[in-house]
Design a protein around this ligand. Structure first.
Ligand SMILES: C[S@@+](CC[C@H](N)C(=O)[O-])C[C@H]1O[C@@H](n2cnc3c(N)ncnc32)[C@H](O)[C@@H]1O
Length: 296
């Protein structure tokens, strides 16, 4: 939904923008192409491999790339004197294709690799370490809360039984274990989908990051600035929808120091991908685009 994102961001050539999810730089490159010489783009990604990609953009003086989480955007922007000065911010949530496609990152249940799933391998613990010590209750709660996995209890019990025999260290081990529990019945998706999704969201604290980023980025917007969020999961979209609605309904919000701020929804319902885009990229089927504008 690149075209829609760019339309909604309504880029002014000398404005200052933030791309909180640089990935492989597709959105950042498109934003830069609409900025003039005085424009500025701060790009964040928590994945060191992502933030170092796209060397073709490295020499562009308008772009500053920072290896950081978008939940920490507030202090990073304040340190650059950009609090209350952002004309637009973008979050394109979830994992990127390069992350999913590299078995060494441990995101994929289709390929064998270490059971890691950290977007930033330099901090936190891999899924394998957490599964080695978490209680059965913690594991089943995680699978239920973040994956809406109906067999969360059975899967958690099986994990705890099998880890007594052999540590769970690979994606293949986990996918096989989950498939054994989730046998039978017509399945629309791979039996391991929900378990892998839940563990990824949990280990990367994705929903907490999103909540922090929504607060920090709305506080950093200039008047007429927009926060645009593209989500691929109902848990994320629900958080964005409620946060935007509450802020748009509040008569006024404590501002960035420049006084109270007011916000409005840019469109009432979320935008979704059209049939042509879904045919090109099946992942777009679950994409939801929402935007909020600071009006005062
Ligand atoms: C769907 S991809 C973004 C693709 C990007 N828009 C592009 O055009 O290539 C999501 C990216 O967000 C990053 N990411 C996810 N959560 C993050 C967070 N809390 N802070 C910073 N980056 C994050 C991931 O590492 C991944 O590179």
């Amino acid at each position: 939904m690149l075209a829609e994102v760019l339309d909604v961001l309504a880029i002014t050539p000398d404005g200052c923008y933030l791309d909180g999810t640089f990935g492989r730089g597709g959105h950042s490159a498109a934003i830069l192409s609409r900025l003039g010489p005085a424009g500025r783009l701060i790009a964040l990604d928590r994945d060191p491999a992502a933030i170092d990609s796209r060397q073709d953009l490295a020499a562009d003086p308008r772009l500053e790339r920072i290896h950081a989480r978008f939940g920490d955007a507030g202090p990073l922007l304040a340190a650059r004197g950009l609090a209350g000065r952002l004309q637009g911010a973008l979050l394109d949530l979830g994992v990127s294709s390069p992350q999913l496609d590299d078995p060494e990152r441990g995101f994929s249940f289709r390929a064998d690799g270490p059971l890691d799933m950290r977007m930033d391998p330099s901090r936190g613990q891999p899924v394998s370490a957490w599964l080695a010590t978490a209680s059965e209750r913690e594991i089943s709660d995680c699978l239920w809360q973040y994956g809406e996995e109906r067999r969360s209890r059975q899967i958690a019990a099986r994990i705890c039984r099998e880890r007594e025999v052999e540590p769970l260290t690979t994606t293949r081990q986990l996918a096989t274990l989950v498939a054994a529990v989730n046998r039978g019945g017509a399945q629309r998706i791979d039996p391991a989908t929900r378990t892998f999704q839940a563990l990824r969201i949990f280990i990367n604290e994705e929903l907490e990051q999103l909540q922090r980023a929504l607060r920090e980025l709305t506080a950093a917007l200039a008047v007429a600035g927009r926060l645009v969020v593209l989500s691929f999961h109902s848990l994320e979209d629900r958080i964005v929808k409620r946060f935007f609605r509450d802020l748009a309904q509040a008569r006024e919000t404590a501002g960035t120091g420049a006084g109270a701020s007011r916000f409005q929804l840019v469109f009432r319902r979320s935008l979704t991908a059209d049939d042509a885009e879904i045919a090109r990229n099946p992942r777009a089927r679950s994409a939801r685009l929402r935007a909020l504008e600071r009006v005062a």
